[in-house]
Design a protein around this ligand. Sequence first.
Ligand code: FAD
Length: 392
Amino acid sequence: MALQLLVAGGGIGGLASALALARGGHRVELFEQSAVFAEVGAGIQLGPNAVRRLHALGLAQALDTIAAKPDALVVRAASDDHELACLPLGDVAVRRYGAPYCCVHRADLHGVLLAAVRAQADVALNHPARLVQIEHSDDVVTVAADGARAWEGDALIGADGLWSAVRAELDVPGPAPQPTGHTAWRGLLSQAALPLAQRSTQVRVWLGDRLHALVYPVRGGELLNVVVLAEAAPTGDARDWDQSTSLDALQRATGRCCTTLQGYLSAVPTWRAWTLHDRAPLTGPGQMTHERIALLGDAAHPMLPYLAQGAGMAIEDAVALAEALRSVDSDGVPEALRRYANARWQRNARVQARARRNAQIFHAAGPLRMARDLAMRTLGARLLDQPWLYAH
Ligand code: FAD
């Protein structure tokens, strides 16, 4: 039966869910507060778990046109550039997990999802439309956007990100997002403008004291995404994903790194910063749904990007939500949303917890760092591979 579904938020999670729900035969009204559908930020890594779902949503060809498919993940020490471990990706990931490991520009992925959603006759995109009022009864959810007209639906999906208004209305148990004391500095480089030795087809990671850095190709390999994640005080408005900053500000917080990494950092023309927040891992399905309202993506489970899976989990949520709502009539919606939350909360909690643990491992100093480096050199690919995550 075709349900009328309301989706708050037009980020990666909101668009992926609108697409999955429309492909499941439902009518969707999506609300995005921004005047323009767009994504700030730079690179996103997509593990095979997320890529398989995007393929299932019919996006394999479109993804191929925007993605870089790195050959390997190579981890080095930020102090002297010595290699600690390497995980082959490329065809090895495809053989192992049925889909490639992809790196994309956030705006490109958003553009692919938006085009696919626009091609669905049963999705209405409302923007700018900031949801300000939510009411729900046993039978229906009603929302109003910025005092404008009201919409009714069989369910409301809160895909409205870290500072979710839907979550606030829901009175979901759990504290507000917490600042983690970590900041992401990021920039982009044109590969064509770099000397050959600096061009890369790998995900390169450097681990240092209280920081790690990544360099990986996006936009089909045309650009390199450069990001440094450091335990450093926020630089500006903590809610702003796109703060203006500089290499000086970064290196006052982190100091200088090995020459290879320094070469990439110095080449970045414009730096932006992003203050990182997370929530404690989910403790039960009640934190993802209540009656006719469900949360998805960062609205439900924001996490540190230290497993590169926040968007991946939003995409997994979207597909699971559509699956739970398949062949359900309006009376069956609350039970279907409970099935969705039951199917998703432990997976999301595990990823949240692993992302937090990775922060300690990646940024270790002293004896813990020595133990980490020894384990990496000894176990190599076996330590970097994540079958529990990618095969799911
Ligand atoms: P958002 O992207 O926050 O989208 C929410 C949308 O809702 C926005 O468009 C917002 O304008 C809209 N909105 C908010 N309130 C309202 C309202 N009241 N009414 C209407 N609209 C509203 N993930 C990965 O998978 N791989 C990575 O490599 C990766 N790297 C990352 C690197 C960094 C530095 C950071 C910070 C995150 C990274 N992530 C990564 C995580 C990923 O970016 C997020 O998990 C993902 O973008 C969450 O998507 P979302 O749709 O749930 O939320």
